[in-house]
Design a protein around this ligand. Structure first.
Ligand SMILES: [Zn+2]
Length: 410
């Protein structure tokens, strides 16, 4: 593979440093070989070298979204298993995967639904998409957030290629966790509280007992896998953190004392602001069921305050979008929304350096440094001055994935 020299760029390396003018990055095969300012050493230029002039543009690491759902492609996703044949589930999820890369995300963490086949398909180059880690099916209690049944239904939960496992008690959750691990899960996801998309619970509910969550954490730890917990209320956040989960997902009701508690537990928080804003603005026209929209608006009211409480207590903050259906195309809006509380630099770092740490991939991705994988994006505008630059994919002039251009408008 030829050497690439990306030169004359303004480099935001996402180590926490201010941007560097007139910078160059040398990519050799799939790795970053050199980073500097001024002229790249001429010894690096050979007959096979590709030189790309990035003058006036901004070079940074590829973005990371730590809370996506490839499998939730319909706006009213509770009905998608009735509308799509099983094969269509995979076809549509692959469309979401490709589109996510085109938004500038070179790595994602699926937070429920996608199986290990998606990870393998990307690794083997069979389909375009970001590198992906998966948890397979999420674990939920009877009547939990991921139990899809209406309270009027007396049937068994409907099954689709991506549906949750309804499991109760230590024995059942242990088996369900082991089953996800057997099938190649990179992490586990437990529903530890009520949610918005679910027809039969409320976001302030706690779900699963300490013993059940702890049993899932135990299985995760035994296999060296992290456990994510879906939570909104302070009670559910405390229960999950006490039981040893690795990251709290959403956490919209997080108050200051609970934020301090999370800090003492060294637990990550992954706020997912985009999905609430998108649904509040567009949900009605998109035909979202009334209960879903009502609860989305309810938790939206607290979403930014929760992020502020986490920032004030020094909680480690990752970045995720959690978008579904038509929202899938707007994952990178998360940076602008988070910047309203954290400022643009920290919002960008949460979706790069911090997410890489949370995924335990900081040796390979998240910053532009020598030796790391060459996952890069080139932007038309300075994201520190205009963090909305990410929201329009036309502003992403180039996407480099493992050293190869996926997109190149330069
Ligand atoms: Zn989610």
């Amino acid at each position: 593979m030829a050497i690439k020299v990306l030169k004359n760029a303004t480099l935001l390396d996402c180590t926490g440093c201010e941007p560097k003018e007139n910078a160059y990055v040398v990519v050799d095969d799939d790795k970053i070989k050199e980073v500097g300012t001024g002229k790249a050493a001429s010894s690096l230029y050979g007959p096979m070298t590709e030189s790309i002039d990035c003058k006036g543009h901004f070079l940074m690491p590829g973005l990371i979204d730590a809370h996506i759902h490839l499998s939730l492609f319909d706006n009213d996703f509770g009905e998608q298993h009735r509308r799509s044949h099983p094969a269509m589930h995979y076809v549509k999820a692959l469309g979401v995967l490709k589109d996510t890369l085109e938004q500038g995300f070179t790595t994602v963490r699926d937070a429920g639904g996608a199986d290990a086949g998606f990870r393998v398909a990307v690794e083997e180059g069979l389909v375009p998409g970001p590198r992906i880690t998966v948890c397979g099916r999420v674990l939920t209690q009877t009547g939990g957030h991921a139990d899809p049944r209406l309270s009027t239904e007396l049937t068994e939960p409907a099954q689709s290629p991506f549906s949750a496992v309804v499991a109760d008690g230590v024995t059942e959750v242990t088996k369900a966790a082991r089953e996800q691990l057997r099938q190649g899960a990179d992490h586990l996801k437990v529903i530890a509280g009520g949610g918005c998309a679910s027809p039969a619970d409320e976001p302030d509910a706690t779900q699963y007992s300490f013993e059940e969550i702890h049993a899932i954490v135990k299985e995760g730890r035994a296999a060296n896998k992290d456990v994510l917990a879906h939570c909104y209320s302070n009670a559910s956040i405390r229960l999950a953190a006490e039981a040893g989960v690795y990251s709290i997902e959403h956490g919209n009701y997080l108050d200051a004392p609970t934020a301090q508690f999370l800090k003492t537990k060294d637990c990550w928080l992954v706020p997912t602001l985009t999905t609430y804003f998108f649904m509040a603005e567009n949900g009605k026209e998109l035909g979202i069921p009334g209960y879903f929209l009502r609860k989305m608006k309810q938790v939206l009211d607290h979403a930014l305050e929760a992020v502020k409480n986490a920032v004030d207590s020094g909680v480690k903050i990752g970045s995720g979008s959690d978008v579904i259906g038509s929202g899938q195309r707007h994952k990178n809006r998360e940076l602008e929304l988070k910047s309203r509380v954290m400022g643009p630099m920290d919002a960008i770092l949460s979706a790069t350096r911090e997410n890489a740490k949370m995924l335990r991939k900081e040796k390979n991705i998240g910053t532009v440094e020598v030796g790391k994988d060459a996952d890069l994006i080139i932007l038309s505008d300075n994201p520190l001055d205009n963090v909305s630059v990410f929201s329009d994919r036309n502003n992403i002039l180039a996407i480099v994935q493992r050293g190869e251009f996926y997109k190149k408008l330069l």
